[in-house]
Design a binder for this molecule. Structure first.
Ligand SMILES: [Mn+2]
Length: 482
């Protein structure tokens, strides 16, 4: 976007107000709603926020999660005319398609993906990009939905932690020091001011307050530490080699009880370990950041740490348990939480297997500007975007290459790509690259500047990889000249 440096936060918030007025009118007229949310952690968070918002107003509504725009169009095909539609974390990329449906009642889009096409009068969009705000890392779909909900009813400020979870689910904690910034920071402020969240800096180990140190280290997969993530025995020996006591008498120690000096030693030890593998020590930096703690949740659950809450929702979305994720994000606990925790454990086990496969030399291919990881038909297509994120966090692609992970789904090849920070800062937009390369081979793609995906025909894998490598190489050369 050429106008990306104008930034109009007030205009965006004003638009949130306008959208909420439209919602208010529909609610007052007792119109039924269909909420369609994307099925990733951010999408489920936004679906939950929209659902609680309507529930609070006693509105009639149905919530459904969808994998892609095809799911949206399918759901709208037979939807009775009297329904208004709320799309969360999906839709902005398909304004023409949605407008051409010519529905009687409005389609309200609460999304942070880059808008494409033009909206008809009945397609109402709240999107940060329209106001020069970068939806890739400044606000999530859940954040956009939250701001509309808060404009509708101030009570919805209670949903602010769910909007933070959505942002973390979309890996928006990319500002220096693993923290949220931009409009996300404003939402964090809402949560803190209302006594719902505590923010502090720490090592970002998974289960920092309840898992034994070596288990917490081995469970940490963002960043994914080669040789340590997924391997408790190696994590244990690394800790002891650094000189960290893992036990206090008979009891396992947890990260949150380590002294500052011990944490420093641990951090330096991990840096040295990474250097010994020839990996950029900057990966260790990703281990330090803001912890967003949901203070009203029980300390021993996965819901206390907003990143872990997001990973629970992600697991629900990736395993066909979307409804469970939405229910938990809406506030259900008890038996449903037990079930969600089982889903998460199972998902983490499958991810560990997929990562083991992806880390093997023979499943990699190095092109000029792209590192390809081919999941063949071994890696479940629903896991491929998580595998891409996790692989990118290992640093295996280096600073100058785009990581492209792909795997076969039933009728197509699913692609998920991640661009290194250096190229994005120089101006590379991966979403556009994938959209272009996919189109050239009769597929479909898009996404954000750092993370994007595509679906391509099964027979076009080699051609697609050539095209994407060519486009990125050309773009990178262009960027260097600038
Ligand atoms: Mn999102």
């Amino acid at each position: 976007m050429t106008l990306e440096r104008f930034r109009d936060v007030d205009g965006f918030l004003e638009k949130a107000g306008e959208v909420s007025e439209r919602l208010r009118k529909l609610i007052d007229e007792d119109k039924p709603f269909l909420i369609l949310c994307h099925n990733d952690a951010d999408g489920l968070s936004s679906g939950a926020i929209a659902s609680v918002m309507l529930l609070r107003e006693n509105a009639r509504f149905v919530t459904r999660s969808v994998k892609s725009i095809e799911g949206v169009l399918e759901s709208l095909k037979d939807l009775p005319e009297e329904y208004s539609v709320i799309l969360t974390d999906i839709g902005s990329g398909y304004l023409d398609e949605l407008s051409s449906l010519g529905r009687k009642e409005p389609i309200i889009i609460l999304d942070h993906h880059e808008p494409l096409g033009s909206a008809s009068e009945n397609v109402i969009q709240l999107n940060p990009h329209d106001y020069g705000i970068n939806g890739a890392d400044e606000i999530s779909g859940a954040g956009v939905t939250y701001l509309a909900a808060k404009a509708l009813n101030e009570e919805n400020v209670r949903l602010s932690p769910i909007a933070v979870i959505g942002a973390l689910g979309d890996l928006q904690d990319r500002a220096d020091g693993r923290r949220l910034h931009g409009l996300n920071e404003l939402i964090v402020g809402d949560a803190v001011e209302n006594g719902l969240m505590k923010v502090e800096e720490d090592l970002l180990f998974y289960g920092r307050s309840y898992k034994p140190l070596h288990v917490a280290l081995a469970s940490t997969t963002n960043p994914f530490i080669v040789g340590i993530s997924g391997n408790e025995a190696h994590a244990y020996s690394l800790l002891t080699s650094i000189g960290i006591r893992v036990k206090e008498d008979d009891r396992w120690r947890v990260l949150s009880e380590l002294s500052e000096d011990e944490k420093k030693a641990l951090y330096n030890g991990i840096m040295k370990y990474l250097a010994s593998l020839g990996l950029p020590p900057s990966i260790a930096k990703e281990l330090i950041g803001k912890v967003y703690e949901l203070v009203r949740e029980e300390p021993w659950t996965y819901l206390r740490d907003a990143r872990e809450f997001a990973s629970l929702l992600n697991a629900c979305g990736k395993t066909g348990n979307e409804w469970l994720g939405i229910a938990i994000a809406m506030g259900s606990r008890g038996g449903l939480l037990d079930e969600a925790q089982r889903v998460l454990e199972e998902y983490r086990r499958k991810m560990a297997e997929a990562m083991e496969y992806a880390m093997k030399e023979e499943n990699r291919q190095e092109l000029n500007s792209v590192l390809v990881i081919d999941g063949g038909n071994i890696i479940d297509d629903r896991l491929i975007s998580s595998v891409a994120s996790m692989l990118a966090s290992t640093g295996v692609q280096g600073e100058d290459k785009v990581l492209v992970a792909l795997t076969q789904s039933e009728d197509s090849i699913k692609v998920s790509a991640r661009a290194p920070k250096k190229l994005v800062d120089a101006g590379l937009n991966l979403g556009k690259v994938l959209s272009k390369a996919a189109q050239l081979v009769g597929g479909r793609g898009g996404g954000h500047d750092v993370a994007a995906g595509a679906n391509i025909p099964k027979t076009k894998k080699a051609l697609f990889l050539l095209e994407i490598d060519r486009i990125i190489s050309e773009e990178v050369q262009g960027l260097e000249k600038r």
